[in-house]
Design a protein around this ligand. Structure first.
Ligand SMILES: [Zn+2]
Length: 267
């Protein structure tokens, strides 16, 4: 593991590393613009394994388990543009303001991230420059273009959450996450609550805030877009069957919401 030398290098991504951003349905006609900050768990080759065993790198601390399959299928069902990020949140968390303690965590759910200990400033900057910035620049570009073209745009940020955190069992199947938007989240909550088999979290297990989030405050709220986060419990989408089920369900619900928003002349 070459952490010491890697920590000081300014070259983070090499030619054999995956690009930071992946997109599906870039020309999709849906008003929903899907983002997925914790889609992947790649680590730049030069950072080795961040000092962690493989088991830790497969846990929820490294990525949002199951959400990639849901996001891919939902994008296809809706014809919605998906912009997703392929690197582990342990390298840099693309839903945290750069510089926040949880941006490049030294501790996550009781696991010490050795590769993030004592990180040089320029090494942290390289992670931002090569991973965080291209992802958010791309989201901003896409929103710019859509607004310029007069296309309705509703931002939906897709996440998943671990069923047990800090010894507490979380009862919700799914949660909406929002802060300032008063248009989309109530519709989403109403639709989810009308599904009789679901325990729905209202800003649970997390609420959005400027200090702990980035994608919704910056790309949704500051741009004046209708927006919400969606968090699905990871045990429900751990396998392809679960991912398909939830993508089908969310596609149906979001289509209904699109109809409602159109009727309200909000699209
Ligand atoms: Zn997430």
């Amino acid at each position: 593991m070459a952490l010491d030398s890697a920590g000081d290098t300014s070259l983070l991504l090499g030619s054999d590393d995956v690009p930071p951003v992946i997109e599906i349905n870039a020309e999709g006609g849906s008003p929903f613009l899907l983002t997925c900050d914790h889609y992947g768990r790649a680590i730049p080759r030069v950072l080795g394994d961040l000092g962690l065993p493989a088991g830790e790198l497969a846990r929820h601390i490294a990525w949002d388990i199951g959400i990639a399959g849901v996001a891919d299928a939902l994008s296809k069902h809706l014809g919605a543009h998906l912009i997703a990020q392929l690197y582990s949140r342990l390298v840099i968390d693309c839903n945290r303001p750069p510089g926040a303690p949880s941006s490049i965590p030294r501790l996550s759910d009781a696991t010490v991230i050795a590769g993030n200990e004592g990180l040089a400033v320029r090494a942290a900057e390289a992670r931002q420059r090569d991973i965080f910035d291209p992802y958010h620049r791309r989201i901003a570009e896409v929103i710019d273009r859509r607004l310029r073209d007069g296309r309705p745009t509703v931002l939906v940020s897709l996440h998943s959450f671990t069923p047990v955190y800090g010894g507490e069992v979380r009862p919700w199947h799914i949660g909406t996450l929002y802060h300032r938007d008063t248009r989309l989240p109530p519709l989403l909550l109403k639709s989810l609550r009308s599904e009789s088999d679901l325990v729905v979290g209202d800003n649970e297990p997390y609420a959005v805030s400027d200090g702990t989030d980035y994608t919704i405050p910056v790309h949704g709220e500051k741009r004046g877009l209708m927006n919400s986060g969606i968090e699905i419990r990871q045990d429900l989408i751990a396998d392809p069957a679960g991912q398909k089920h939830w993508a089908d369900r969310l596609a149906r619900i979001l289509r209904e919401i699109e109809t409602t928003l159109s009727a309200q002349r909000l699209l």
